[in-house]
Ligand binder design. Structure first.
Ligand SMILES: NC(=O)c1ccc[n+]([C@@H]2O[C@H](COP(=O)([O-])OP(=O)(O)OC[C@H]3O[C@@H](n4cnc5c(N)ncnc54)[C@H](OP(=O)(O)O)[C@@H]3O)[C@@H](O)[C@H]2O)c1
Length: 357
């Protein structure tokens, strides 16, 4: 039964510094009606991602911001509940940029059908979705790791970082992760197979910790955070090191950018290549990336963790928490109940999927 009204979260104000709950507004609105060639999706999981902070701001970026008063942008997984679209039928489970809302209408652009045999449907927003593809292409294509090299990853226990270290290990590298709590560091080394982990918040001397964890220096740095962590890593690079700049989360909520890393000499002296990337640079190869990630997941080679909050109303607080490091694993919001099971159930994931709070 499709209700007449549903809830959606709109952008109420552009944040200054860290977002506040008052920058969002939870609104009751009419469920949209699909017209010819469209379909209606009931959301099951909404993905919360650091890039959303950028969409809340009107600073120039690689995509335009969310307009004030508009529904917040975001990827979601849901079930098609009505359709007059030739390729999507009621009962299909889909993933796409459906926004922070309980029901969404789509014409199919940018929406893909989920193979429910590949894994739990939430993985379409994590290991088998945008974060997985970011880790895969960012590390392998931008970082270009070779067996025997040392790969350092920041925000290493997160959705992207947790996968980068595991892929580095699959390629025969030494993997070293930085994370913001002892529990996250233990997860890196005890569950994900990282060779060493550093709690960057409590390490008394980050340089000494990096030196101990990377005795031969750093060949590849997968940078999720920027700022002082990147500056510290830059002091340990080897000749011809590669920096795959994936994200700068330590900078997203600053009103003035930090002046780190300050020492460009490390680039010249060590002939370091620093390259930023956006996952969509590899859009033409998503199929290949997803096939490999699915194979690794099904073989039990890749582990992942999810951090799930219940209910759309909790999405703003959860995004604010994510930007402060309170999430432990891929941050998801459960918006509605799972679709009815298919006859062939998805394989049980390895790892700690589906932590609820
Ligand atoms: N280039 C692309 O196409 C692309 C695509 C996806 C994601 N990204 C970027 O990749 C990064 C990770 O994204 P994700 O989705 O995997 O998120 P995530 O790592 O699951 O969550 C964000 C994590 O960032 C860390 N963090 C927050 N503030 C920090 C600070 N001031 N200094 C250091 N670490 C901080 C926290 O972990 P700790 O507790 O360890 O601090 C937090 O849990 C983000 O920068 C994101 O923007 C880029």
């Amino acid at each position: 039964m499709i209700p007449r009204t549903h809830r959606e979260v709109r952008l109420a104000a552009r944040p200054v510094g860290f977002p506040k709950e008052s920058d969002f507004r939870l609104v009751e609105a009419a469920v949209p009606e699909p017209s010819a060639g469209q379909f209606l999706v009931r959301a099951v999981y909404l993905s919360l991602d650091p890039y959303m902070r950028g969409r809340m701001s009107d600073a120039r970026s690689y995509v335009p911001p969310v307009a004030l008063g508009d529904v917040m942008e975001g990827g979601a997984v849901g079930e098609v509940v009505a359709s007059s679209h030739p390729r999507f039928a009621a009962g299909d489970v889909v993933e796409g940029r459906l926004g922070w809302r309980e029901y969404a209408v789509s014409d199919g652009k940018g929406v893909r059908k989920i193979d429910r045999a590949a894994g739990p449907i939430s993985t379409a927003l994590g290991v088998l979705g945008m974060p997985g593809l970011t880790a895969y292409f960012g590390l392998l294509e931008v970082g270009q790791p070779k067996a025997g090299e040392t790969v350092v990853v920041s925000a290493a226990a997160g959705a992207v970082g947790g996968l980068v270290g595991q892929i580095a290990k699959l390629k025969g590298c030494r993997a070293v992760g930085l994370a913001g709590s002892d529990a996250k560091v233990a997860y890196l080394t005890e569950e994900l197979g990282y060779d060493a982990g550093i709690n960057y918040r409590t390490a008394p001397d980050l340089d000494a910790a990096l030196r101990a964890a990377c005795p031969e220096g750093v060949d590849v740095y997968f940078d999720n955070v920027g700022g002082r962590i990147t500056e510290a890593v830059s002091r340990h690079v080897k000749t011809f090191a590669r920096f795959a700049v994936c994200g700068l989360i330590s900078q997203y909520n600053l009103t003035e950018p930090e002046l780190a890393p300050r020492n460009e000499r490390f680039v010249l002296v060590n002939r370091v290549r620093i390259q930023g990337f956006i996952v969509s640079d590899f859009a033409a190869r998503y199929k290949e990336g997803l096939a490999q990630l699915t194979e690794w997941l099904r073989a039990g080679t890749l582990r992942y963790k999810e951090d799930v909050v219940e209910g759309l109303a909790r999405a703003p607080a959860a995004l604010i928490g994510l930007l402060q490091g309170q999430n432990f694993g891929k941050m998801l919001v459960r918006v509605g109940p799972d679709p009815a099971p298919t006859r062939a159930p998805a394989p049980e994931p390895r790892g700690d999927a589906g932590e609820r709070r």
